[in-house]
Design a protein around this ligand. Structure first.
Ligand code: ZN
Ligand code: ZN
Length: 434
């Protein structure tokens, strides 16, 4: 009886503590919702391209200094870490990305981006079409809440702002930078990414392999050019390319096990100039997505085998085999740690109810957040999807605009305060339960 009384008392204490924490966070977030949305509008209307996030990084850095964080700079491009040491406890790293995309915004928002930038010396329109502005605003909000509620947790909070996620250059640069070792070593690493198809207020979880490894490859198919009316005197690289592209489709469908997800997409094909001339070469650009090392290696091997043998069967010699150039993209698979996922899920369910947590399937898009988990492989990491779909807006438009769409219009006004509340509670719970 005594045991039951004690037990029920401690359960009640636990829930009232959790409630008190939620209430404190709710109050702070609600008081600052307008400021957060103003920050979002500012970031949304001033996007910067990958590796060029100069003003964005400066704004984030200044704000974090005002919140009392200590800055660790020079983590490659414009990446930096903001550290808040708050006594003895675990260290948690929380990462945001900062870059926009070379896309012309076509939303009707009053604060839509009209910004232009330079990509490969060509002027392009720039847009936050992947929601990295939502990530940054929530990141700032979470930092503000945790710096205001220092009495509620003990440990070290490392807020990492990362350049060049979209190009896969940023994370690898961070972990290879000399200053990376001066960042307190994390016990847990977290990030969010907005999700265009999940409702605002829903948080998506995908344990273990969640996002694919990304490879990009340029291939040159050689031939022997000549008159289009005398193909028998040529070796036509356009015909070889056509056969090659078709044959590539058999790698996923015939070489990989049926339950092993992978993608090979030829996204660009360029060759020739006029209808009556057979060119000397054709250039292809591919992206390859995979989840396992074995699949990735098999795909790369089969691409070469198929290309080489088609060239040989067309009559080309060993000196004219296709050239395969694997680009320097550093986007490994994103692996979400189950035990950490369980802690976060139970924290969210405890504060916000079961329906806030949803399971999502793995996706073939890439995220260089995987670099932190892979390079520091014994550190549990998790990237959580944060829903940004406004149901009523979707009903009006009858369509869902995906990430990277020029029409992408997330429900930021609701998603940002919700994300700040959810992630602030999760972080404080993680700090406490260690
Ligand atoms: Zn993106
Ligand atoms: Zn993104």
């Amino acid at each position: 009886m005594r045991f039951i009384l004690l037990f029920s008392f401690s359960i009640t204490a636990f829930f009232s503590n959790a409630q008190r924490q939620s209430n404190l966070i709710d109050k702070l977030v609600n008081e600052n919702t307008t400021t957060f949305f103003d920050t979002y509008k500012q970031l949304h209307s001033t996007p910067e391209l990958s590796t060029k996030e100069i003003n964005t990084a400066a704004f984030l850095k200044n704000t974090m200094k005002n919140y009392g964080f200590e800055i660790i700079d020079s983590l490659g491009f414009h990446s930096f870490a903001a550290v808040l040491k708050n006594g003895k406890g675990p260290t948690i790293l929380y990462r945001t990305d900062m870059d926009g995309l070379p896309i012309k915004e076509e939303t009707s928002l009053s604060f839509a981006s009209k910004v232009k930038g330079k990509k490969d010396n060509v002027e392009v329109d720039v847009m936050h079409a992947c929601g990295h502005d939502i990530h940054m605003t929530s990141w700032l909000g979470i930092a503000k809440i945790l710096s205001n509620l220092k009495n509620e947790w003990k440990g070290t909070l490392v807020m990492l702002a990362q350049s060049a996620e979209e190009t896969g250059q940023g994370a690898i640069k961070v972990v290879n930078s000399a200053n990376f070792n001066t960042i307190p070593k994390a016990n847990y690493q977290l990030a969010i990414h907005d999700h265009a198809e999940l409702k605002t207020g829903e948080f998506g979880f995908c344990d273990e392999y969640a996002m694919a490894a990304v490879d990009m490859m340029n291939i040159t198919i050689y031939g022997k050019g000549g008159h289009g009316a005398a193909p028998h005197n040529t070796i036509d690289p356009i015909v070889i390319s056509a056969e090659f592209i078709n044959a590539l489709q058999t790698i996923v469908s015939r070489n990989l096990p049926p339950i092993e997800p992978a993608v090979i997409t030829v996204g660009a094909i360029n060759g020739g100039t006029v209808g009556n001339a057979i060119p000397d070469q054709v250039n292809l650009k591919l992206t390859i997505r995979s989840f396992s090392k074995t699949s990735r290696e098999l795909i790369l091997k089969r691409i070469k085998e198929i290309g080489d043998n088609l060239a040989l069967s067309a009559g080309l010699g060993n000196d004219n085999l296709p050239k395969y150039q694997l680009l320097d993209v550093n986007v490994p698979v994103v692996y979400n740690n189950i035990a950490l996922g369980n802690k976060i899920r139970s924290s969210i369910k405890n504060h916000f109810g079961d329906t806030t947590v949803v399971n999502v399937k793995p996706v073939m898009i890439g995220e260089d957040f995987g670099v932190y988990g892979q390079s520091l492989s014994n550190i549990p990491s998790y990237i959580i999807w944060a829903g940004t779909l406004n149901k009523s807006l979707q009903n009006q438009q009858n369509t869902v605009y995906s990430l990277h769409s020029s029409h992408f219009q997330p429900d930021a006004e609701v998603a940002i305060p919700q994300t700040i509340k959810v992630m602030s509670n999760c972080l404080i719970d993680l700090f406490k339960n260690n």
